[in-house]
Design a protein around this ligand. Structure first.
Ligand code: CA
Length: 422
């Protein structure tokens, strides 16, 4: 599932939005590699020459996990690496799409309509899954819709080949060795047939894109045929996805978050995931649900999120938003899932406009922004174009000192202001 891959890449990158951009929308734009020594052309050539020996050397680990020699040979005989995956592993797009483009693309009228159909067609299954796992059908349908357009786009790459390539070549070998051996375990148990085990370049497969290790943790046999087939069995897909969210802490009967308006005197330093208050406390500070609807669960705790800064829509995010972020640690992704779920349920579009006139910063400009903040004495961590908590805090400090709204949103205007300060 998205979670494992995203977690894998998030180890290298705090830039959750870019993780998402890389995963979902590889674009033919100017690209730059990580510079990691294992990603250098010579290292990749050497690892490719050694590929068969590397795979053979994984046999004892596979055997220790009860993979039979027969399954190992069936899966690995004649296996060749796919080197194109190295480009996909190691590219950072120079430009990423702004969040509103992701939300528009992922929460389309077509995806909303197909989601309603998917729920109507599978009503009996959803009834049983909601009862068993306590996860709302609209969220599951939204994940299904966003991960694979309801099973129509699950990826064509054989999972064995992708995970074997990544297990023996490039900079994430130890992570992907576990994915590769977990893939062999799936074959050993016969949960999913070899020729149906296809997916993304990183090995996520099936309509809700389970990674092999997430499959091990979360997959369930809901149709009772003895196999956890998260590719071909819709009951297994729906229940396994619900089980994933449940085990990650999904709160039954609660939503993911609410679109809100902020009062004129709002302290923007409070729009931070570390500042958590109950909905009742936020209300006392003047935060209102759009449409003046009351919060149904005023005792729930949440934080204020401004995904496009003070000029864009505001949200208060509760526990289940954090669960969606575990599934895929990208704000744009979690917001799109939550909003698509609401729309499939019959909810309205977001009320507040996005600041569509803002140009997203290029990677080069992000690096420049960090260098300029560092030159002013701010601690921003590595100057790598990846905006983590420290860069955002530095941005807020700079905004506050120069009399700007301290929302931590990196805009072209803010970069221009920084250029004048250096
Ligand atoms: Ca089954």
């Amino acid at each position: 599932m998205a979670i494992a891959l995203a977690a894998a890449i998030a180890q290298d990158s705090e830039d959750r939005f870019n993780v998402y951009a890389t995963r979902v929308a590889p674009q033919s734009l100017p690209l730059e590699g990580s510079g990691h020594p294992l990603m250098a052309p010579q290292a990749i050539m050497a690892a490719t020459a050694n590929f068969q020996q590397c795979i053979a050397s994984l046999w004892p680990q596979a055997a220790a996990r009860h993979v039979s020699r027969r399954t190992f040979e069936m899966a690995t005989r004649g296996l060749e690496p796919e080197l194109r995956i190295m480009d996909l592993l190691d590219t950072q797009p120079e430009f990423s799409k702004p969040i509103w483009d992701y939300v528009d693309m992922l929460v389309s009228d077509n995806r909303i309509a197909t989601g309603k159909e998917a729920i109507a067609q599978n009503r009996v299954i959803f009834d049983a899954v909601e009862k068993a796992y306590g996860v709302d059908r609209y969220i599951i349908a939204a994940i299904w819709g966003i991960e694979s357009n309801y099973g129509k786009e699950i990826g064509e790459r054989p999972v064995v080949r992708s995970t074997a390539t990544l297990a023996c070549i490039g900079r994430r070998q130890s992570y992907f060795r576990d994915e590769f051996i977990s893939t062999l375990e799936i074959l050993e148990r016969g949960d999913v047939p070899l020729d149906h085990l296809k997916g993304s370049w990183a090995g996520a497969f099936g309509p809700t894109q389970f990674m092999p290790t997430s499959f091990k943790r979360y997959a369930v046999d809901f149709d009772g045929d003895g196999k956890r087939n998260v590719v071909d069995s819709i009951p297994d897909v729906i229940a396994s996805t619900a089980n994933n969210l449940k085990l990650d802490g999904w709160q039954r009967g609660a939503t993911w978050g609410y679109e809100v308006t902020l009062p004129g005197n709002f302290n923007f330093l409070h729009a931070d995931r570390s500042v958590r208050k109950t909905l009742k406390e936020w209300e006392a500070l003047g935060v209102r649900r759009v449409g003046d609807k009351p919060f149904p669960r005023p005792g729930d705790q949440g934080f204020i999120l401004l995904p496009a800064g003070a000029r864009g829509p505001a949200f208060v995010m509760v526990n289940n938003f954090r669960v969606l972020m575990k599934y895929n640690p990208a704000e744009a992704y979690a917001l799109a899932i939550g909003h698509l779920a609401d729309r499939i349920r019959g909810g309205e579009p977001l009320k507040q406009p996005w600041p569509r006139d803002e140009l997203p910063l290029s990677r080069t400009e992000r690096i420049e922004m960090q260098s300029r903040l560092a030159a002013l004495g701010h601690d921003i961590g590595d100057t790598d174009g990846i905006f983590g908590a420290r860069t955002r805090t530095a941005l807020r400090d700079f905004q506050a000192k120069t009399g700007l709204v301290p929302d931590g949103f990196a805009s072209v205007k803010l970069l221009e202001r920084l250029r004048r300060s250096n």
